[in-house]
Design a protein around this ligand. Structure first.
Ligand code: NAP
Length: 286
């Protein structure tokens, strides 16, 4: 099976590339990392020509603009990548019988009653959430696809962009960090996520899959767990309300995803936060 992963310089993309590389022929693309083929999905013609030249069986699309506050301020720039860039790849897949694995988010929900099932009604409250949902609707037109919805993914990250790795970085340097008590997620260990994504490359799994950890907790509670497992002073974590954080984009209050379908159909077990953090504690993969 020939797999193309677009955006392997990103957090999830980099783990996905390493995991797929052990099992299949894989080509990774990046906008900037010189180890990989250069590809910007907002260059529609170049992207289509690149894909035609490689003729993959599966395309994985974790690529996109993911900074919610940046997107809120720059909706047109991000739409070109998150929505129109996805649409261009969907058109390629449709014309060339190629399977698409698309990464989406619990941000498509309003957070009034999370965690959510796959068929709960979406109602995004941020432009990021709207763009992810719009892109999902385009992907759903394909016959051969899986949409992976996930929530608050954590793991070692060289760029220290995810909440847990950013937190560890601050706490190691004895810096205080604010953690909201009113934003709930289902934290998902990146290793579990990419293993599930590999299973979802199999054509028999079509549709939307929630790939998220079993614990439902606030960012503050997540931070306290990090302190406990890594041995940091919990006083360094400052509980705050979201309104104190000056975040431009609204975050769902009760986000998160219920993973029952994935457990049943894929036969996988996603680890709880404590287990994931203990695994992280054994050290970064690089
Ligand atoms: N992390 C989470 O907690 C989380 C939660 C829910 C959903 N998701 C979804 O999972 C996916 C991956 O998230 P992530 O955390 O890995 O994000 P990330 O670290 O921000 O990575 C996204 C990557 O997309 C690539 N990209 C950006 N603009 C591009 C363009 N114009 N053309 C081609 N590639 C472009 C870049 O890859 P290069 O650096 O290689 O150029 C970038 O590093 C996203 O779709 C996100 O919505 C993530």
């Amino acid at each position: 099976m020939k797999v193309i992963i677009i955006g392997v310089g990103g957090f999830i993309g980099s783990y996905l590339f390493d995991a797929v590389n052990m099992r299949h022929e894989v080509i990774g693309t990046s906008t900037h990392n010189k180890r990989f083929k250069k590809l910007d999905i907002s260059e529609f013609g170049k992207t289509s020509r690149f894909l035609k030249g490689k003729n993959p069986d599966v395309i994985c699309l974790p690529a996109g603009i993911t900074n919610l506050d940046y997107i809120e301020k720059n909706p047109n720039i991000s739409e070109k990548i998150n929505v129109l860039g996805t649409e261009n790849i969907v058109n390629y897949c449709s014309d060339n019988d190629c399977r698409l694995i698309f990464f989406s988010s619990d941000a498509i929900f309003d957070g009034k009653m999370g965690p959510y099932y796959e068929n709960d009604a979406a109602n995004p409250i941020s432009i990021y959430g709207k763009q992810k949902f719009e892109a999902e609707n385009i992907v759903k037109k394909l016959d051969d696809f899986a949409i992976i919805r996930t929530s608050s993914v954590y793991g070692w990250d060289k760029k220290k962009m995810n909440f847990v790795s950013r937190l560890i970085d601050s706490l190691e340097n004895n810096k205080k960090i604010k953690a909201p008590t009113d934003q709930f997620y289902t934290p998902t260990y990146v290793i579990d996520l990419v293993n599930a994504a590999i299973k979802l490359m199999n054509k028999k799994f079509n549709g939307i899959y929630n790939i998220a950890g079993p614990d439902f907790m606030s960012r503050y509670k997540i931070a306290l767990n990090v302190c406990r497992i890594f041995g940091f002073e919990k006083e360094l974590v400052v509980p705050v309300e979201s309104s104190e954080l000056n975040q431009t984009a609204k975050r769902p209050k009760y986000g998160g995803l219920i993973n029952k379908k994935a457990l049943k159909e894929l036969g996988i077990k996603l680890c709880g936060l404590k287990e994931g953090l203990i695994d992280m504690k054994s050290g970064p993969v690089w």
